[in-house]
Write a protein that binds this ligand. Structure first.
Ligand SMILES: [Zn+2]
Ligand SMILES: [Zn+2]
Length: 120
């Protein structure tokens, strides 16, 4: 999966306290990825340090098949170094479990007892 790092430090974190905490609550990583406990970027073995704000990137060739860019913002776990690469295109593990950055779909719902229904 290819994403574009938008480095959202200018965007204040939600009420989870940090975007990394947000991902820990709402991301759905694969078992393999959870075991790995390192940065989402393929070939990067640094530990997870920050939650990175990204958008999914659609490659030129894929547009021909009618795929369009997904304007939604997502959070994934990155090391500090990868998160600092502002504007960079990153190839990340497909099992990294992107969390939606839309608080109205995630932690903004917690008042409705959403935490109780969240799968472990
Ligand atoms: Zn949150
Ligand atoms: Zn990294």
């Amino acid at each position: 999966m290819v994403v574009k790092n938008l480095n959202g430090h200018s965007i204040p974190a939600c009420k989870c306290g940090s975007w990394l905490n947000h991902w820990r609550s709402y991301g759905k990583p694969s078992e393999d990825f959870s075991r790995r406990q390192s940065c989402s970027v393929v070939m990067c073995s640094h530990p997870i340090e920050e939650g990175g704000l990204v958008q999914k990137e659609v490659l030129e060739g894929m547009r021909a098949f009618g795929m369009v860019g997904d304007a939604s913002w997502y959070i994934l776990p990155l090391c500090r170094e990868c998160n600092r690469k502002r504007g960079a295109t990153l190839t990340v593990e497909s099992g990294c479990g992107l969390a939606s950055a839309r608080v109205e779909e995630t932690c903004g719902l917690s008042d409705l007892g959403e935490a109780a229904t969240r799968s472990a």
